[in-house]
Write a protein that binds this ligand. Structure first.
Ligand SMILES: [Zn+2]
Ligand SMILES: [Zn+2]
Length: 199
């Protein structure tokens, strides 16, 4: 808004002062300048004169500026809160990570205990099966020897005993490496040599 007339008295201005904001003119006299203050005004490069209208805006700008400043402070506080809760969250996550790491060791222990348990159970089943088989074999051997002694004549029994004694003495002579046993059908017995297990 440019007005060539004085913004105070509304008459034509020929040599006046210009408002830097709205470019309206004023007679120095109408603006309240004295001869001295006018010469000072002209000397001082940074000195400005604002018309009444623009000054009221400046007050508004001040208000707006304060409002913006207040909002800025509030925003800063919010950001600080967010940052703090971020720190808390980071700390919580770190605590959680440590807890997970610790439990991982425990879980590994639990897993190894579980595998140990199943291993023991499997071994125990094997032992039970072996025990059962061993008992069956013992029973079988007993039945066989009963049958053999039942079927043998006196002579055969004597021969058999001799062979058993021979096997025993061979085993004694051999030391510890071999077992000597009498095997085969009645009357055609042989002394059989077994390598001891674990040798
Ligand atoms: Zn005027
Ligand atoms: Zn102005």
């Amino acid at each position: 808004m440019t007005n060539e007339n004085c913004c105070k008295c509304d008459s034509v201005v020929e040599d006046g002062i210009c408002c830097p904001s709205c470019q309206s003119f004023v007679h120095p006299k109408c603006a309240g300048f004295t001869k001295d203050s006018l010469s000072l005004y002209k000397k001082m490069k940074n000195l400005r004169w604002y018309c009444d209208n623009c000054l009221s805006y400046v007050d508004d700008v001040k208000g707006i500026s304060k409002l913006i400043n207040d909002k800025h402070v509030a925003l800063d506080m919010e950001l600080k809160k967010i940052s703090e809760s971020g720190d808390i969250l980071r700390n919580d996550i770190e605590q959680l990570r440590i807890a997970v790491d610790n439990s991982k060791g425990k879980l590994d222990q639990v897993a190894s205990v579980d595998s140990l348990k199943s291993e023991i159970n499997a071994k125990w089943s094997e032992v039970l099966v072996m025990n059962k088989l061993f008992k069956i074999k013992l029973l079988d051997d007993k039945l066989k020897s009963i049958r053999i002694s039942h079927d043998m004549t006196r002579e055969q029994r004597t021969d058999y005993r001799k062979l058993v004694d021979e096997a025993k003495s061979k085993e004694a002579d051999d030391g510890e490496d071999f077992l000597y046993r009498v095997r085969g059908p009645v009357g055609r017995w042989k002394i059989v040599r077994f390598l001891k297990k674990g040798k």
